[in-house]
Design a protein around this ligand. Structure first.
Ligand code: ADP
Ligand code: 5GP
Length: 185
């Protein structure tokens, strides 16, 4: 069994979380890499399942102790991928789904060359992205504006990913990703 990292990046609100949840529900060999973040928990999120929610002091201690495979400041919060569970999952031959910003995506692509497939998920249009972000109802107006502003910069990285998939229809986007993954193995 060959372990693999499946790195998914996209502007906030495109549908990464929705895609990952769908794959986890239907693929028993896949697991979600649970990141650490200093962002406050949203309603409905579960600590230890969606993220490890930690304070800035703890996050910085983990950086100093070299516990992260990568970390980044995204939308004014810290986010990082823990090294130990990632390496353990690869050793066990798991397929690991990672929801990362473009800094993290590019960093892990380099570190795990040959073991990572990178997918950039695209919103159908900037207007639809804005609709999804506000429709999700989880972010303040200020956070939505930061996320929309950052989306322009993030879109500039799309060609550095191995594959681009438009999330127009969720089911169709998942099928396209399924096809990409089947060609890897
Ligand atoms: P991300 O993790 O990229 O920030 P989410 O998965 O949280 O994005 O999706 C943002 C919002 O858009 C959610 O309310 C989700 O239900 C919705 N959404 C996701 N994919 C689609 C789609 N293909 N069509 C319409 N709405 C979608
Ligand atoms: P959200 O706050 O919407 O859950 O995530 C915000 C952004 O942080 C998204 O672009 C998401 O992909 C990114 N992100 C989540 N976890 C990590 C991580 O561990 N590392 C990096 N670099 N980005 C992450």
């Amino acid at each position: 069994m060959k372990g693999q990292l499946i790195i998914i990046s996209a502007p906030s609100g495109t549908g990464k979380t929705s895609v990952i949840r769908r794959f986890l529900a239907t693929h028993s060999n896949m697991l979600h890499s649970i990141s650490c973040t200093t962002r406050p928990m949203r309603t409905g999120e579960i600590d230890g399942k969606d993220y490890h929610f930690i304070d800035e002091e703890t996050f910085k201690k983990r950086i100093a102790q070299n516990e992260f495979a990568e970390w980044a400041n995204v939308h004014n919060w810290f986010y990082g991928t823990l090294k130990a569970p990632l390496e353990q999952a690869l050793k066990e031959g798991k397929e690991v789904l990672l929801d990362l910003d473009v800094q993290g995506g590019m960093a892990l692509k380099k570190i795990f060359q040959g073991k990572a497939v990178t997918i950039f998920l695209l919103p159908p249009s900037p207007e639809e992205l804005e609709r999804r972000l506000s429709g999700r109802g989880t972010d303040s107006l200020e956070q939505r504006q930061i996320r929309l502003e950052n989306s322009r910069h993030e879109m500039g990285f799309k060609n550095q990913y191995d594959h681009q998939v438009i999330n127009h229809d969720l089911e169709q986007a998942c099928q396209e990703i399924e096809k990409i993954l089947s060609l890897q193995n």
